[in-house]
Design a protein around this ligand. Structure first.
Ligand code: IMP
Ligand code: MG
Length: 181
């Protein structure tokens, strides 16, 4: 693996595809164990979580369903603090176990807002699975049930994560190289 350039910024390899695959499998096993017989509905938060959700869901060993919602809160490498729901949920989730699948929790505002919206629909339980989590960036009270990797507050791309919609196709995760001149 070598460094990549986007928007004039340099990114270096951070988490390789084998490490991601191993961790995703572990999370899938945990979720399968915790939610057996509940026929949970996975809610993939587009766009960023598509890669994670696809790998996670295929590693789930029980009856389960998946659906997709679309939110947007980021522009460039900073959060806008303003979460837009672009495509909502069409399924009835009343009395169901739902598992929200996110690529990354940064300030937590996106997830907080989404959980509040879902809560109004009276599901039996809401669990959150996030591939990545930046604990030092968290600005609200939020419980994440399944975390793939806790990472420092640095901008990352790849495996679904973007910089202005680019780089989602990278199979590995890269971190911004702040030492770059
Ligand atoms: P939050 O509302 O600040 O927690 O932001 C969550 C959303 O911002 C995620 O769903 C991502 O789409 C995006 N995001 C946060 N950190 C990064 C990053 O390092 N790279 C790419 N997108 C990010
Ligand atoms: Mg996202």
């Amino acid at each position: 693996m070598k460094e990549v350039l986007y928007n004039g910024l340099k990114f270096v390899p951070y988490i390789d595809r084998e490490t991601i695959a191993k961790r995703v499998k572990e999370l899938a096993n945990e979720i399968t164990r915790d939610c057996k017989d509940k026929n949970p509905l996975f809610i993939c938060v587009l766009n960023g979580a598509f890669a994670f959700a696809s790998d996670l869901f295929r590693a789930i060993d029980m009856d389960a369903e998946i659906t997709f919602i679309r939110l947007k809160s980021y522009e460039g490498t900073g959060t806008t603090g303003n979460v837009k729901q672009i495509q909502g949920l069409s399924e009835d989730i009343k009395d169901r176990t739902v598992i929200v699948v996110e690529d990354i929790v940064d300030t937590g505002f996106t997830m907080k807002r989404l959980i509040a919206d879902l809560q109004e629909k009276q599901p039996a339980d809401i669990k959150v699975a996030s591939l990545l989590f930046k604990p030092e960036s968290l600005k609200c009270d939020l419980n994440i049930d399944y975390v793939g990797f806790s990472i420092p507050t640095k901008f990352i791309i790849g495996y679904g994560l973007d910089i202005d919609e680019q780089a989602r196709n990278l199979a590995d995760i890269y971190v911004i190289n702040e030492d770059a001149k």
